[in-house]
Design a protein around this ligand. Sequence first.
Ligand code: USQ
Length: 382
Amino acid sequence: MRVLILGGDGYLGWPTAMYFAARGHEVRTIDNYLRRTLAQQTQSEALMPNPNLPDRAAIFRSVSDLDITVDIGDVADYRTLSRIFQEFQPEAVIHYAEQPSGPYSMIGYDEARLTLNNNLNTTFNVIWAVLEHAPDCQIVKIGTMGEYGTPNIDIEEGWLEVEHKGRKQKFLYPRQAGSLYHTTKVLDTDLLWFYVRTFGIRVTDLMQGPVYGLSTEEADLDERLLPNFHYDDIFGTVVNRFLVQAVAGVPLTVYGKGGQVRGYLNLIDTMQCVYLAATKPAGRGELRILNQFTETFTVNELAEKVREAGKEVGLDVQVKSIDNPRKEPEEHYYNPAHSGLLELGLQPHYMTTEVLVGMLEKVMRYKDQIDTRKIMPRVRWK
Ligand code: USQ
C-alpha cells in the first residue's frame, strides 16, 4: 500500500512511518516541524535529542535498508498537499498533522488561534486532497477520547441511538471537550462526517486516550530513532511525565484529587491500531469511529503504579497532589466502550510493572538531561 503519513516527525508519526515501512508498505511523510518549533518557543524540549526528519530517515535506511520518503512542508498549505497527493497517489493517509497539546491551546489567544487554524485547516485540506486527487484513498484520522469528555452515562464508540417522542435516529455521540485543542478534534469529526455523508469518502476516526511509551521494535534499532519523548507540562502526557518525575526525584504531580479517569494505551498499541484501521479499511461513505485505548485508570492509580515500578529499580517515589491547573471533574463516572479495535485484531500490551520498569531504565540513562523547571504546570485554564 502507498501510505502517506501527515505529521511524520511527531511522537506517533515517526514510529508509525517506520512501522508501515517495516511491514512492506511504501511510505511518504510530511511535516513542517510545528511541534518542534512550539516546544522550543515554550521551553518544552523533549528528553532525548531527535535528529531531524531527513536524518532519521537516513539512519533508519542504514539500519533496515528500508526507505521513508520525507517532505518538509505544511499540510495546512493546500498547494503542497495537493502536489504530494498527485505525485504519490496514496491509498491510505494517516492524519497526525495537528497541534497536539491541550495545555498549549489554553495559553492565550495566539495559541488558541494557531491550534484552531492549524487543526481545522489540515483536516479540511486532507479531505479536499482526497476528493480531488485520490477519492478511493482512506483517511485514518487521530481523534481523542477527550472529544466525549466525562459524561455521566456510558460512552459508546462514536454513535448514539436516540429515541425521542417515539421516533429513533442515530447521531454522533454528544461531545463536550475540556480544552480548545480537544474541541478542535470535535470540529474535525463534524467536518469529516459532513464530507462522508455528502461525498462518500472513507474515514476511520480513532478516539485515542493518552499514550505512553518510548520504544517500538523499529525505534529500538538505534537510539536516534526513538520518538520525541516529552515530560514537560505542555507536550508531555501524564504517564511519561510521572516516569521522568520519578527518576528526577520530584514528587509525582497529581492534579487535584486525582480521581480523573482516562483510557490509556501503550505506544506499541497505537501502531497496531492505526495499522489495523489502514489495512482493514472503512467502506465508501462510512465514518467508522473506534475508541482507541486498552485500559482505564485514575491518575491516583497511575501514580501508585509508577511508585511500585520505582521500588523495583531502587527509586523512592513520592506522590503529591497539587492545585489542578485544568477545569475538569476530579471524580466522575467513566465507562467507555472499546471493543471495535479488539474485534479488528488488536492484541493489547498492558501497563504492567515490567513495562514501566523498562521505561524507567531507559529514562534513567538520560537523567542528566532532565530539566526540572519543565515539570510544574505553567498553563492554567482561566
Ligand atoms: N494529569 C495529572 N498530572 C500531570 C499531568 C496530567 O494529574 O502531571 C492529569 C490531567 O489533569 C488529566 C489526565 O492526567 O486528567 C490526562 O492528562 P494528559 O496531559 O496525559 O492528557 P490530555 O491533556 O488529555 O491529552 C493527551 C494528549 C492528547 C490526547 C489526549 C487523549 O496530549 O493529544 O488527545 O491525551 S484524552 O486524554 O483521552 O483526551
